[in-house]
Ligand binder design. Sequence first.
Ligand SMILES: [Ca+2]
Ligand SMILES: [Ca+2]
Ligand SMILES: [Ca+2]
Ligand SMILES: [Ca+2]
Length: 338
Amino acid sequence: MRKAKKDVFEASGLMRFFVGSFVPLAAVAALVLLLAPAPAALAGGDDGELEFCTYNLDLAFGQSFNIRNFVRFKDGDREGDRVDWSQAFFTYTDAEADDPVSAPKANWHLSDFNAGAFVEVGPGDAESGTGNHGDGRFRIYLARPGQDKFDDHMTIRVSEEGDDIFDAMCPGVVGDFVWDDSAAPDGLQEAIEPGIGGVNVILLEDANGDGAVDGGDIYLDQTYTSPDGRYYFAGLVAGDYLAAVADRNFLFPGDPLYQFVPTLAFQGGDPSADSNGQASLLGSAAAFTLEEDDSVDLTVDFGFVFSPPDDGDDDTGDDDTGDDDTGDQDTGDNDTGG
Ligand SMILES: [Ca+2]
Ligand SMILES: [Ca+2]
Ligand SMILES: [Ca+2]
Ligand SMILES: [Ca+2]
């Protein structure tokens, strides 16, 4: 399964783009405040066992990661259930420890880790004497409240080099195109219509599964389209989601979608060629469902049409300022004879 996902990335040469897309989230703090805090819906939260999608996670200094991209329900029959992050707990020990209860705890300083926020690792995370154990190697245990045994564990290794973090993520992927539909504004992707780069795209969990952005939905991630208009969110599992091209892309001159409006959605009957964006609380949004943990859906695309407003002044009738034709000024034949 993971192999298949990796092939998607390799085939389309996305690695560098992905790496670049992990950005600090301060910029969306306001949005998070707006949308967040929904007490995490307890999606089926009784006894579904959780697991990591990988055994080893190799992180490089400066790399950001979010633990949510590495956890899923263990049983295939629970696909579609959402992990309740308020019910997932993590414990760190030495990498060699066998028992999270009796083993000495690693005091990793990435305090946001448990909350499912993005955290960035640095050299201090790999050094002994900083409160960490094992020169940057940790074993991380996943458990739920009221349980005396852990669900799963994986080893995190922090080093200068790191490894391909995307190989270690859970395999669900969504994308992948934001384009300028102006040339033929029909809601269909045509070869002559270019992608739009630098567009901020937000990913939400559609917590109430209603296909619309509302206050109960949970902010998960954001990214920016590449210069050719591509975007991706990786590390997903089965579930209901919303992708949104938020209003912030449209506000000011210089914004990538300034004076653009969403094109027609769901034209023509071919999901890979149409636009999914529809007006929402958060700009143009698209609901989608990943049916399986390893589903890859690259049909969630957003088309926009350039549509500058009329200033009103331009249509005041014929304002022909007269003929400037200064008459025929044929200066005669200069034929100097021949
Ligand atoms: Ca078109
Ligand atoms: Ca919703
Ligand atoms: Ca589509
Ligand atoms: Ca697409």
